[in-house]
Write a protein that binds this ligand. Structure first.
Ligand SMILES: Cc1cc2nc3c(=O)[nH]c(=O)nc-3n(C[C@H](O)[C@H](O)[C@H](O)COP(=O)(O)O)c2cc1C
Length: 385
């Protein structure tokens, strides 16, 4: 079966290296010389570039090495994925754009119409990462004070309505959060391909909503046995509803010619972590079960980068070096490919990969790691003959 490989588009800014802490690509940090798509000149004046020019370079690089599409995250500190994706679609040929989105922040009928229009305009190149939010201050930033499970209830109803108006010209719905009477998109929009749904969240509520609505259940990387257990659970919930669940993993890589070079990057990055970042790392806010699962794996103190090695080629300190989840893959090109192969054997049908800086690492991972996939399995088969 074909495995879907997507790359991440860093709408939160990008570092020029995993060793540095500054978002020094684009205009997310104060002006500096020698930057790619600086946005501001050395005097702090706009220079005609916008950050989206840099995102377009990343999308083109990822497309050129064979990634199917790019995830566009959505946090209080990012650009808006709905605005970014159609602009980038005009810069690429077939690259798909995975819009991260919290249902409930937009009326489902209006979003269905916008989404169908986007499909129509881009030749069906958009898909979703359905997120339901991690609670805490970030949730309130959005003006959303719903409880964890109510958020999932709202997500589920939202997806019912979204699908309903796409599939019918006379759709009515009476839910707790949404009511529609005689709705339905116009025929030319309903004819558009329904966007693929990738779905994130680790709580029981998330697994249940994923079972009903997701094409791909999406997880951050966790230790392999723990991840296999979660995949088994969501597949079980989906089977109970008569479906079959595909699964996917979102993970950062540091891939280098040799394992030593890869760990050297991590060590240099770790040496540059400030005390303020460490304080943030120790603290935790919100009600995200997925984030709690990752936090439970980390030592309360990590004075050495080696303290965060949690399995061969797995390092649990990525969130010290950049925003996002903690566990990533570190190793030689061959080792990175082997770990991805392990994850495919474990049940992954798709990946969203990332590396810092996103532009150069898209080329590196696409050219050096992805071609080695399946190599190990083939070698084992040949050895067995
Ligand atoms: C792969 C992945 C990507 C995510 N991307 C985002 C994002 O872009 N914005 C966001 O606010 N939350 C994001 N989240 C967090 C989700 O909002 C998720 O709903 C949250 O972890 C709470 O769910 P839980 O309690 O069911 O684990 C992501 C989660 C995963 C697993």
């Amino acid at each position: 079966m074909a495995i879907d490989f997507h790359w991440r588009l860093p709408t939160h800014g990008c570092h020029s290296s995993i060793r540095t802490h500054n978002y020094d690509r684009g205009d997310w940090s104060p002006a500096d010389d020698h930057r790619i798509a600086p946005g501001l000149d050395a005097n702090g004046e706009a220079d005609g570039h916008a950050y989206i020019d840099h995102l377009a370079e990343i999308a083109k690089a990822a497309e050129s090495v064979g990634f199917l599409g790019g995830l566009i995250p959505s946090f209080p500190n990012t650009d808006d994925p709905w605005v970014i994706s159609p602009l980038l679609a005009r810069e690429t040929k077939a690259f798909r754009f995975m819009i991260a989105f919290q249902p409930g922040f937009g009326n489902p009928v209006q979003v269905a119409r916008a989404s169908a229009s986007l499909q129509r305009a881009t030749g069906g190149r958009s898909l979703f990462n359905i997120i339901t939010g991690g609670g805490g201050p970030a949730q309130l930033w959005w003006g959303d004070s719903f409880s964890h499970d109510d958020r999932y209830g709202r997500t589920s109803e939202w997806l019912d309505v979204f699908r309903g108006v796409w599939n019918s010209d006379d759709f009515s719905y009476k839910g707790r959060f949404y009511q529609v009477e005689h709705g339905g998109l116009p025929a030319q929009l309903r004819a558009e391909e329904f966007p693929e749904m990738w779905f994130s969240g680790s709580s029981e509520a998330a697994l249940q909503v994923a079972a009903k609505h997701a094409d791909y259940y999406l997880s951050w990387l966790e230790p392999f046995a723990q991840l296999a257990d979660k995949f088994a659970k969501v597949k079980e919930r989906t089977a109970e509803l008569g479906g079959e669940q595909k699964c996917a993993i979102r993970v950062d890589l540091v891939a280098r010619k040799t394992e030593e070079e890869a760990w050297y990057e991590i060590r240099r990055g770790f040496e540059n972590v400030s005390e303020a970042t460490r304080d943030q790392w120790r603290a935790r806010a919100g009600d995200s079960v997925g984030a709690a699962r990752l936090a439970a794996l980390r030592p309360s103190e990590a004075s050495r980068w080696e303290d965060l090695i949690i399995a061969p080629n797995l390092w649990g300190g990525f969130n010290l070096l950049r925003g996002g989840p903690s566990i990533g893959i570190v190793g030689s090109y061959e080792q990175c490919a082997e770990r991805l192969d392990d994850l495919i054997r474990l049940g992954a049908d798709g990946f969203i990969l990332a590396g810092t800086p996103h532009l150069e690492e898209a080329w590196r991972v696409g050219e050096e790691v992805l071609p080695l996939l399946g190599h190990n399995a083939q070698a084992l088969l040949e050895a067995a003959e």
